[in-house]
Ligand binder design. Sequence first.
Ligand SMILES: *Cc1c(COP(=O)(O)O)cnc(C)c1O
Length: 357
Amino acid sequence: MQMKKYNFNAGPSMLPREVIEATAAACLDFDGCGLSLMEISHRAKSFQPVLDEAVSLVKELLAVPEGYSVLFLGGGASMEFCRVPYNFLEKKAAYLNTGTWARKAMEEARLFGEVVEVASSAVDNYSYIPKGFEVPADADYLHITTNNTIFGTEMRYDPVSPVPMVADMSSDIFSRPVDVSKYICIYAGAQKNLSMAGVNVIIVKDDALEKMSRTIPTILNYMTHVKGGSMFNTPPVVPIYCALQNLRWIKANGGVEGMAVRARERADVLYAEIDRNKMFRGTAAREDRSRMNICFVMNEAYKNLEGDFLTMAAERGLVGIKGHRSVGGFRASCYNAQTMEAVDTLVQCMRDFEDLH
Ligand SMILES: *Cc1c(COP(=O)(O)O)cnc(C)c1O
């Protein structure tokens, strides 16, 4: 029998086992129809309820106010780096530069108009979230990245902004409540905290659309998909089905409030060990520490032992804890499906490694 694996991958990442099993079952026989989910029309009567329920669960779980639409579209979060300025940047947009993804979003926006970088932590390798920055009152929007997957920092608050906000929530959506009314657009690639790769969830404010003077290519215009109910063209049906299973799982496990409690419990235990253990230290500023991506490195005196720690972790079934090359060291991603058992196993491994040295 294979050793039990504890999955700390940063994305694509862990999903609840029952979500994977339900999706796998639908790939073999969808809804008892004798055909695979992969081989039926997205316009089949039996598929529409899948999309409808997924949309309504997003609205319910995040308490999305009236006047917003929820879309499920392909393309990855990187597609929204382009689609957002195409739809919302008339003259000028403000971007908060908190990491690699935030920077990529900002660079894309420069193709469309003036971009003001309101603040950046780039010179400190994105180890903190800048605060106290000023947002130009004539900007069309302020773009933020709520969780910086690579650097392990997170904004669990809405910054003060005189203009409406747009947020990339790819790696912390559904991990906590959000005041959606502060945003004209929230988007997330699914493969961090919602589903398998292949679909984005986009929450867009209807009355912020169709104000743009430029012509937007049909497929890149959010309005196309609002009007088409995410069915303007063939949507990624299997990732949407998987997202639905996960949304049901989130609801059954206490909703986003329940997810927030569990995320906090996991992060508290792991950061406490990072701070206690003489061999390790966290890389992100304490007040900005992410609950989703917990980044740490070996203290200088033990730097040459990083490989040994990874080997020991692998022997215990701990998968995906090698840090991103921009930070080095280790990263334990603790998305919604992550278990306390996995966190305890990692903590025990860190303790045993300290005892060895
Ligand atoms: C992973 C990630 C992206 C990129 O997602 P793709 O779906 O690969 O385009 C963008 N933003 C954040 C915050 C991410 O974590």
